[in-house]
Every structure is written in C-alpha cells, then in structure tokens.
Design a binder for this molecule. Structure first.
Ligand SMILES: [Ca+2]
Length: 264
C-alpha cells in the first residue's frame, strides 16, 4: 500500500520552530515528505537506538538498562536472527558497522563497545566524554551524536575524536541530534522527540533539508502510550538504494522514499 504524505503537518516541524531552532527563515530549507514502499513487522519490545545495514543484512541496537542488545534481524518478518546482550549495567545507544566490527555506544557510561560483526563477540571497548547517542560511518569516518548540536567525527581505526561538526539551520544550532545514517554522502540525523530527520551536509554542518515523518505512524498507532515511543532508527541499504525507518517500541518498520514537498 502506498501512502503519500501530501501535506506537511505543522506538528513535527513546529516543534523545532518552537524550540527556537529554525525560525521563520526555515522556509528556505526544502521539506520532504515520503511514500511508504513497504511495511514490515518490528519488535515492540525493542527500544530502538541504532539501525543500519551491513552486507545486505539489517542490524539494530536497543536501549534501557538491563535490556540493551545488539541484534541481526530478518527484514521481512522482523525476527531476531542473532543477538548479544550488552552488560546489564549499561543503557545501549547507537551503532554502526566498520570493517569486520560493529560499534555500539552507551548513553551515560562513557564507553563504546566493539563487537565482531559475524559472531557478536565483544572484542573491546573505547572511551569518550559526555553522552553517547547515535553512530554512523562512511569509508573515511565514524560520526557520533551526543544529544547536542555537535557531531563528533572519529577516526575509524583509533576511535579517537578528530573534530566536531556544528549542525545549523539558517545559522541556528539544531539540538538533540540522535540516530544517524550516511545516505549517499549526506548525514541524516533524527531530532530526538520529534518526527523530523535533518539532512546535513557533513562538510559544512548545514541542514540542507527536513524530512517530515509526522504522518508515518501517528502516536495513537504506535501500540503504546509510552512517551518514549519516538521516531528513532534510520538505515540505508546502499546496495539496493533503499531507506528504512522505525522508532522505539514501534510495531512497524517502514521502507520509504522521499518526496520533495512543493511550496516550501
Ligand atoms: Ca543508523
């Protein structure tokens, strides 16, 4: 079933405006709606924190202390094919694949973990200051969000911080950047607590587009009254050029295509 979001509802983007993030000049930044290409089941017990593809396989990390996991999923059924538990005292966050490894962050434990991508064996850890939120990677760098408007750029071998990207829209910082994904050279970041994904030029940090997903799975269809059940999870299957999104505790995972919203 195709669902075309023909109107950009005020809710999600206005949340950013109300937060003082965008302002009236936001009209200059293109807004994208979406077409749903496919809908798949998603584990409603998964507090989704990271979502990514590696070699055509879908992986997810989940949060909550004592319930945090790394998973490999069957896309079509949502079934968990492989799973590793994070240490019981940490709150899992974002994740990405680098070479033969999978990296996973923790929220406030100042520790990231390195897993073997095939066996899920924990091979090591790496330290960082502050909070860990989202992760993504390309051939050159690992990108890490920490809940602020800064994206840390890490060396993929040493996992040391090289620099920070300040993310702005019309010159104003965009706070609460969370789950990340590199999509054809662009950095996508969903803005925590909203149904909005920012498209970011990783060179300049400038927001080049807003993706409004507020009609994708309205709150009353998320199957839970939890305020935590927010959009979180962006995965790009680079081989098949397909984009997937989901959220914390969401019963569904969507393949979407972006549609430029005319008139903005
Ligand atoms: Ca991702």
């Amino acid at each position: 079933m195709l669902k075309l979001a023909t109107t950009v509802t005020a809710t999600a983007l206005s949340a950013l405006v109300l937060a003082g993030a965008c302002g009236a000049a936001n009209a200059a930044i293109p807004v994208y709606g979406f077409v749903v290409k496919n809908t798949y089941p998603h584990d409603t017990g998964a507090f989704t924190q990271g979502l990514f593809f590696r070699d055509g396989q879908l992986y997810e990390t989940t949060g909550l202390t004592g319930r945090s996991t790394l998973r490999r999923l069957d896309l079509k059924t949502g079934k968990v094919l492989q799973k590793a538990d994070l240490p019981p005292n940490v709150f899992g966050e974002g994740s990405t694949a680098v070479g033969n490894n999978i990296l996973g962050l923790t929220w406030q434990s100042k520790t990231g973990y390195v897993f073997d991508a095939k066996t899920f064996a924990m091979k090591g850890s790496f330290p960082y200051e502050g909070e860990g939120w989202g992760l993504a990677s390309d051939a050159k760098y690992v990108y890490m969000s920490d809940g602020s408007a800064s994206i840390r750029v890490l060396d993929p071998a040493s996992l040391k911080e090289l620099k920070r990207i300040q993310v702005t829209a019309d010159g104003k910082p965009i706070d609460s950047l969370n789950e990340l994904e590199i999509v054809d050279g662009e950095l996508y970041a969903n803005v925590w607590g909203t149904d909005v994904i920012a498209r970011i030029d990783p060179g300049s940090g400038k927001v080049t587009g807003w993706i409004d997903l507020s009609n994708l799975l309205p709150r009353d269809k998320r199957g839970t009254s939890s305020a935590d059940a927010v959009l979180n999870g962006i995965a790009w299957d680079g081989k098949r050029k397909k984009l997937y999104v989901t959220g914390k505790f969401w019963p569904k995972l969507f393949e979407i295509e972006l549609v430029r919203f005319e008139g903005r």
